[in-house]
Design a protein around this ligand. Structure first.
Ligand code: GN1
Ligand code: MG
Length: 353
């Protein structure tokens, strides 16, 4: 892939093919590279068009968001750095090379640093505050201005249907070894009823939809928050899922694919720090129904990502990048374990909301 970048991509962005190209980050979907040359640097991504079937929607959304956030910066209402598209020499937001990939570039933020696991309350509170600040800044952008980059992305009933279909097809003969987890997921469907009742009362807002801890960049000089990145799934939705994905990725002391299941649990102090940071920033924007939905969002997101990993395991690892055999199954089991920890601590945790 590096050769394609050097020969066919960099020249179209006006960058010499002698630039240094190195893989960047831990994304499960796109391929991301840091490109450095004598007088500059940028982030280059090959968008996974199996997952993002209309990649133009994604880059157009990113451009609209950057424009809006810049306005907010100028008005003194946005304090974080802005990730923005870098156009090709032809002034296009992306370079479509057909079978050689769909490429786009964004600015690299100097001094940025990402983490995979939260180690203290300060990290959790400032990241949650940053995600809240981001949503607050976008709260006056019309939610329908952005296209859905992936339709029905956080739609639990659809994800359950996909799991059932994968289990009944059993395309690669893996069902036997993970049937207990399929049954576990399908035993949690009361959540869908709760969801159906809650959803009708919730406003559609622009959500980030992938508020993983590694999508908030810290400033490595003082570990303050620097920027919200990965806007690929930024589109209309319900904010409870942004809260939920923070709970999912901040509270566990283990990474999402860890097999150290004894240690996978929701840390109460980190949950509390997320609530302080997020509600401190967004509390005045959220309706009371939205506030009430946050606990539901946390449960749905933890269960749903387990369902998605398990579905991909059954389908033969066709969606998420995997690094070894059974990787998706390990992720699924880890996330179902976290979900169980969330339920077990329900009474304790809900008091922070
Ligand atoms: C994927 O690639 P990454 O890490 O940004 C996925 C998210 C999942 C996440 C699980 C488009 O995000 O929905 O929560 O993996 N993105 C897409 O770690 O499916
Ligand atoms: Mg992402």
């Amino acid at each position: 892939m590096i050769e394609i970048i050097r020969q066919q991509v960099l020249p179209r962005f006006g960058i010499a093919n002698s630039a240094k190209v190195t893989p960047l980050g831990n994304g499960h979907i796109n391929d991301t590279f840091l490109v450095r040359w004598q007088s500059g640097e940028l982030v280059l991504q090959r968008i996974n068009t199996e997952v993002f079937k209309t990649p133009d929607a994604l880059v157009n959304n990113a451009e609209k968001i950057a424009r809006h956030l810049h306005k907010k910066v100028a008005q003194g209402e946005y304090q974080l750095s802005v990730v923005e598209p870098i156009s090709t020499l032809d002034n296009a937001l992306a370079l479509n090379l057909g079978t050689q990939g769909y490429w786009r570039a964004i600015n690299y933020l100097p001094y940025s640093h990402s983490i995979e696991v939260v180690t203290n309350e300060h990290e959790a509170e400032s990241a949650a505050k940053a995600f809240g600040h981001f949503s607050c800044a976008l709260s006056d952008l019309d939610a329908t201005d952005l296209e859905d980059s992936i339709p029905q992305f956080h739609y639990l009933p659809g994800r359950i249907e996909q799991l059932k279909a994968a289990a009944s097809k059993d395309a690669v003969g893996r069902l036997f070894d993970c049937k207990t987890w399929v049954d576990f997921a399908l035993s949690q469907l009361d959540l869908m009823l709760e969801l159906e009742q809650a959803s009708t009362k919730l406003p559609l807002r622009i959500c980030h939809n992938d508020t993983k801890i590694n999508n908030m960049l810290y400033d490595k000089r003082d570990m303050s928050s620097l920027a919200i990145i990965d806007l690929d799934t930024c589109m209309k939705g319900h904010l409870m899922y942004d809260f939920g994905d923070m709970v999912r990725t901040f509270t566990s002391p283990e990474e999402e694919d860890s097999t150290n299941l004894d240690k996978v649990e929701v840390r109460e102090s980190i949950f509390a720090a997320i609530c302080r940071g997020y509600l401190g920033e967004l509390g005045d924007v959220l309706t009371s129904d939205e506030k009430q939905s946050l606990w539901l969002g946390a449960r749905v997101i933890c269960l749903m990502i387990g369902v998605r990993f398990l579905t991909d395991h059954l389908n033969g690892d066709v969606y998420f990048h995997v690094h070894h055999e059974n990787h998706n199954l390990q992720r699924a089991v880890n996330q179902f374990t976290l979900y169980q920890s969330l339920l077990a601590q329900q009474d304790n945790l809900k008091k922070y909301l």
